[in-house]
Each structure stands twice: as C-alpha cells, then as structure tokens.
Design a protein around this ligand. Structure first.
Ligand SMILES: Nc1ncnc2c1ncn2[C@@H]1O[C@H](COP(=O)(O)OP(=O)(O)OP(=O)(O)O)[C@@H](O)[C@H]1O
Ligand SMILES: O=C(O)C[C@@H](O)[C@H](O)C(=O)CO
Length: 332
C-alpha cells in the first residue's frame, strides 16, 4: 500500500510545534555537573524534522511561536538559511522565553536531556495564528505531540488538524512525548488519542504508544487494532536499536532493521528517522524503503554531535544503505 499525497501543493511538509535551542555537551563521557562547555544548535523535535526534510530536498514550512530575543532570531535565521519557510513563525509579544535543552552525554548508552521549558514561547501559539491559507498549500501537516501539552498551543494544533483534514492535507502525528511538559499521564492519553484517531499516519516509540494508551506493557497488535478503527492508514512503532515496524490498514506489516554504528549519543534518532522516513514516503519510494531511509538517517545522526545540524543528505543515506546491503549480501 502506498500513501497518496496531493501532488499539486507548494509545500511537501509543514510542521507545527516547537523550535528551540539545544545546548549539547562538548565534553563527552561525563556528568552534566562536570560539563563546562556546550555547543548551541537549533532544536525541538518538529524543528529538527523540518530541517532534516529540507536538507533532503523537501519543501518544508513551519508554524510556531518564537521568543522576541536573540535565541528566537537565531532559530528563525538558521531555519530560513536551510530553506525552511518561516513566514508563519510568529514572534511572541508577551516576554515568553525560548525553550532550552541541555544534553548530557555520560556514555553512548547513557544520554539525558535537561529541559528549561517554563513559560516557553512555543506553547503560547494561538489558534488565530494558524492560517488555513497556509495549511492548504501542504501535502503533509506534521504534528508534534508536545504542542498539545498546554493551551493555547493545544487549541492551535487542534485547529491545524481540522484545517488539514478539511483541505485533504495528510496529518502525520509524531507522538514526541516529553513527560515534564504534561500535568498527568491521563491528560496526555486523552489528547494523544484524540489526535491519533484523526491522523493519517502515527509515528512513535513503543513507550510513547504506551503513554497514549495509558498502559504499561502494550503491544503493537493491540495498538493497530484500535487505531485502524479510525483514520490512520499507517502506524509506525519504533523499538530503539531493535528497529521499527510499520503497519498498514490493509493488513501489511514491515520491519526496519537499525543500522549499527559507532554511537556518540542517542538523542536525535527519532527526529532524523522521521524526516527521512517521510522524505521517502512523500517521494513515493514505498514503506519498506522508507523504513530503511529512516533507520539510515538515524544511524548517521546518532554518530554525530547534534540533532539538527547533523541531518544527512540523500546521498549520505543512500551510501549507507548500499554499503550495508553489500555487506549483508557478502555474508549470505
Ligand atoms: N543506537 C542506535 N544505533 C543505530 N540506530 C539507532 C540507535 N538508536 C536508535 N536508532 C534508530 O533510530 C530509530 C528511532 O530510535 P528510537 O526508537 O530510539 O526513537 P526516539 O526515542 O524517538 O529517539 P529520540 O531519542 O531522538 O527521542 C530506531 O528505529 C533505529 O532505526
Ligand atoms: O526535542 C527537543 O526539544 C530536544 C531536541 O532538539 C533534542 O535534540 C532531542 O531530544 C532530539 O530527539
């Protein structure tokens, strides 16, 4: 089964949600307490996905709210310089700040993120700042789950989803669960379920689907059985280094293997995976190939320092897939 995208749209993908700052530890293999130097990058899952898609050659746009400060201006300039359309990124006029994510790289397996997200500008996006004229120019609206955590951003996203459905724009829901932004798991489950049921494609880790279902050890079969009663045509469930699974409404299932690599840090895997998976899907390469593109892109980003700047090109992704296919063939 192939997902059909409207070919006559100016934008391949418009993402909605947060565009923030990552401050990644320059000194590796040590605790945050002992880390003295951090390098600044643009961050925030949907911003990373828009940047990754743009680097792959998709025409990407962004809907979000930026702080009226140096960080907000840096984010807008950086995204624009990489070809992301920033015309619908609005500037906050009430003094709210840019979200910051400090990353700790204790070892390749032990990475964590310390977030500064009190009263952040991105969660103040108003429904009135979401334009139907803009959304209807896209093939895909990419929704980040974190943008549902608080009002008014929550209503802005719900409006965007309604407008996308009205205008035959495919809704891709990236669960992107960040616990500290939410009041309770019950609340998350209500809003995640609401948006997942109205989406065409839902992407998340197994743990994130458990959050959505408010269960502890959920399983993929139960997840798809539920979701395929509603709008979703495709559900992608990621299992970290064990790879990922894609399920279609008409009963197909595919497994994507992770490409093992020399890991520097694990964060950024999900965003690079999403941008390359969507690139392949929108380019009509089919689901099986899209899983390979996602995994290859993630393998490249986990071996590098950032989540946004490290996003690969199509040539880098295809080279990695070709090398690994050749090695697998030789071992047969
Ligand atoms: N250590 C790794 N080495 C190579 N590939 C990896 C590794 N970890 C994850 N991946 C790839 O990235 C994909 C997504 O990873 P994961 O399931 O950890 O997503 P995520 O939790 O959304 O990521 P993030 O840590 O960015 O939030 C996996 O399906 C796999 O292909
Ligand atoms: O999503 C965030 O807010 C932080 C990211 O930018 C960070 O790089 C990461 O965790 C990517 O998964």
């Amino acid at each position: 089964m192939n997902i059909q995208f409207n070919p006559d749209r100016e934008f391949d993908l418009i993402a909605i949600g947060r565009a923030c700052i990552d401050l990644n530890a320059v000194e590796y293999n040590r605790a945050m307490e002992e880390t003295m130097t951090f390098k600044k990058y643009v961050g925030g899952s949907p911003a990373n996905i828009a940047i990754g898609s743009s680097k792959l050659g998709l025409k990407a746009g962004f809907i979000g709210k930026l702080a009226d400060d140096q960080h907000g201006r840096f984010i807008e300039q950086y995204m624009r310089s990489l070809g992301v359309d920033t015309s619908n990124m609005v500037v906050d006029e009430e003094g709210h700040k840019t979200g910051l994510a400090f990353t700790e790289i204790k070892s390749p397996e032990e990475c964590s993120i310390l977030m500064y997200r009190d009263d952040v500008a991105d969660l103040y996006l108003e429904p009135s700042e979401v334009s139907e004229d803009y959304i209807k120019k896209a093939k895909v609206l990419l929704v980040s789950g974190t943008a549902l955590a608080k009002s008014p951003s929550r209503e802005a996203v719900l409006k965007a989803v309604q407008l996308a459905r009205k205008n035959h724009v495919k809704v891709i829901f990236e669960l992107d669960y960040r616990g500290y932004t939410w009041k309770s798991l019950e609340e998350t489950s209500v809003y995640y379920t609401l948006v997942a049921q109205q989406s065409d494609v839902v992407v998340g880790t197994r743990d994130e689907f458990d959050v959505m279902e408010n269960v502890t050890e959920g399983n993929n079969e139960a997840t798809i059985k539920q979701l395929f009663n509603y709008s979703p045509e495709l559900v992608v469930i990621k299992h970290g280094v064990e790879g990922s699974y894609a399920y279609t409404k008409n009963g197909e299932s595919f497994r994507g293997q992770a490409y093992l690599t020399k890991v520097l840090k694990t964060f950024g895997a999900g965003d690079s995976y999403a941008s390359a998976f969507l690139y392949a899907l929108i380019s009509g390469k089919g689901i099986e190939t899209a899983l390979k593109y996602g995994s290859a892109s993630a393998a490249i980003v986990v071996s590098k320092h950032s989540s946004s700047e490290a996003m690969p090109t199509v040539a880098e992704i295809e080279q990695l897939i070709a090398e690994r296919t050749e090695t697998a063939d030789q071992l047969r």
